[in-house]
Design a protein around this ligand. Structure first.
Ligand SMILES: NC(=O)C1=CN([C@@H]2O[C@H](COP(=O)(O)OP(=O)(O)OC[C@H]3O[C@@H](n4cnc5c(N)ncnc54)[C@H](OP(=O)(O)O)[C@@H]3O)[C@@H](O)[C@H]2O)C=CC1
Ligand SMILES: CC(=O)C(=O)O
Ligand SMILES: [Mg+2]
Length: 420
């Protein structure tokens, strides 16, 4: 990152007020009558109603539109385990995105805990306060057990964004990239660098979308995950293949797709050269991708290149998913975010890239046109159509798959956050 951008980022966070979010009031609190209603004695009435019927918390408090973004700071972007407090800017950032793009009120919670069980206990004890829980930047393999247990024990949707948000957006981008490159998902071969939260979940959802498990080579820090290894956890083992390939150099030869969910600068231009004709490189590590677009584009002119960043074309980033997925789930009061809802979201996101791009997106990105093709495989995060299309797809899939407890709201499809 340039020195200018680094300083601008620090100033953005510090000035004029520290941080990126604050709380606003939704009711008047000026007169003594206002205070009698908001606080004592009036507040006792909703208290008694909720004590009789917990569902009334949705009627009398902010619960139904409130999502907690919770982290232990163990896998902050691609920066590693820098601890809970250091993760706060990212978690505040997720809350900012929830509010800006989907009108979801969100608060960040950073948990300092000595074990996965302590994290689970903490989250479980506060879960009822919220309409949903977005787990963020928790490293593998602990994240899998944490999410599984919390889903089992909480009655609200619990969703690990780095797993499922990333998977949904990756599938959306990949379906379009494959179409543009003239490849079939059932035949495409893929190298996945990384075997953590994001890599494992993306690979699983790509398999649900049609990719063949035997066409996937996954690598961790020790190299290719193959059936001869005896150091694999149960999640990595699902991707162990019978092969004599051992290194990224071996695996990348002739691959149609490289999916990077690992760390910075781990794929070389020479390795991109060795990929099949019309390759697809999703270098999704943040903030620094596995390869910078200028290096990859310099060695291949038949490439589709994408990163997780906002400053290059084709941003494959979970920001395109989690705000709208929670919007849809909250609005039909879904008890979970299931596979049907995830695939519906992926297809809705993918579909928008093929439609005419709204002028406000062109203006925001300073371009005259954005047309479906190698430089535009997926919509931009500021695309106002994401709100309506993705929340509707998710809410409808929740209804169809039996996890919704409310009907589709009358104001669907949403046109803007002002509708909420
Ligand atoms: N664009 C997007 O929307 C998103 C991007 N990401 C990015 O994906 C990356 C991983 O995040 P996440 O899955 O949450 O983190 P995890 O800690 O769960 O997983 C990290 C994985 O990367 C592997 N890894 C790290 N360094 C190397 C290396 N040098 N060679 C091979 N593998 C390596 C680790 O290997 P090992 O198992 O051996 O330790 C581990 O499997 C981050 O950079 C993050 O920014 C994540 C979510 C969303
Ligand atoms: C985008 C994101 O969630 C990550 O890089 O961890
Ligand atoms: Mg993350």
């Amino acid at each position: 990152m340039s020195e200018d951008l680094k300083q601008a980022a620090l100033d953005y966070h510090a000035i004029p007020k520290p941080g990126k979010i604050s709380i606003e009031l939704t009711k008047p609190a000026e007169t003594s009558r206002d205070l009698s209603l908001a606080y004592s004695p009036g507040v006792a009435e909703p208290v008694k109603e909720i004590a009789k019927n917990p569902e009334d918390a949705y009627k009398y408090t902010a619960k139904g539109n409130l999502v907690a973004v919770i982290s232990d700071g163990s896998a902050i972007l691609g920066l590693g385990n820098l601890g809970p407090l250091a993760s706060k800017p990212v978690m505040e950032g997720k809350s900012l995105l929830f509010k800006r793009f989907a009108g979801v009120d969100s608060i960040d919670i950073e948990v300092d805990c000595e074990s996965p069980q302590a994290f689970i206990d903490t989250v479980k004890r506060i879960a009822d306060t919220f309409g949903g829980i977005n787990l963020e930047d928790i490293k593998a393999p602990e994240c899998f057990e944490i999410e599984r247990t919390l889903i089992e024990q909480c009655s609200i949707p619990v969703f690990h964004d780095d797993q499922h948000g990333t998977a949904i957006v990756t599938v959306a981008g990949m379906l379009n990239a494959l179409e543009i490159q003239g490849k079939k998902i059932e035949e495409a071969s893929m190298v996945v660098l990384g075997a953590g939260a994001a890599a494992i979940s993306c690979s699983k959802l790509l398999i649900s979308a049609g990719m063949k498990p035997e066409n996937i080579y996954m690598l961790d820090r020790k190299g290719v995950i193959h059936s001869g290894r005896d150091d694999l956890n149960e999640y990595k083992s699902m991707f162990a293949v019978e092969t004599d390939k051992r290194t990224l150099d071996d695996a990348i030869e002739g691959a149609d797709i490289f999916l990077g969910l690992s760390g910075p600068d781990l794929l070389s231009a020479d390795q991109v050269k060795k990929m099949a004709p019309n390759p697809i490189v999703f270098a999704c590590s943040n903030p620094t991708p596995e390869i910078m677009p200028e290096l990859a584009n310099a060695v291949r002119d038949d490439l589709i290149m994408s990163t997780g960043r906002s400053d290059f074309p084709n941003q494959v980033n979970n920001v395109l998913g989690f705000p709208f997925i929670f919007r849809g789930a909250l609005d039909v009061r879904a008890t979970a975010i299931n596979e049907e809802m995830k695939l519906a979201a992926a297809h809705a996101i993918a579909g928008l890239a093929k439609e005419e791009t709204p002028q406000e997106v062109l203006t925001a990105y300073g371009v005259d046109s954005l047309e479906f093709g190698k430089e535009y495989i997926i919509p931009k995060p500021t695309d106002p159509r994401l709100l309506g299309a993705v929340s509707l797809a998710v809410a409808q899939a929740a209804i169809d798959s039996g996890v919704a407890t409310k009907e589709l709201p009358a104001n669907y499809p949403l046109k803007s956050v002002e509708d909420i």
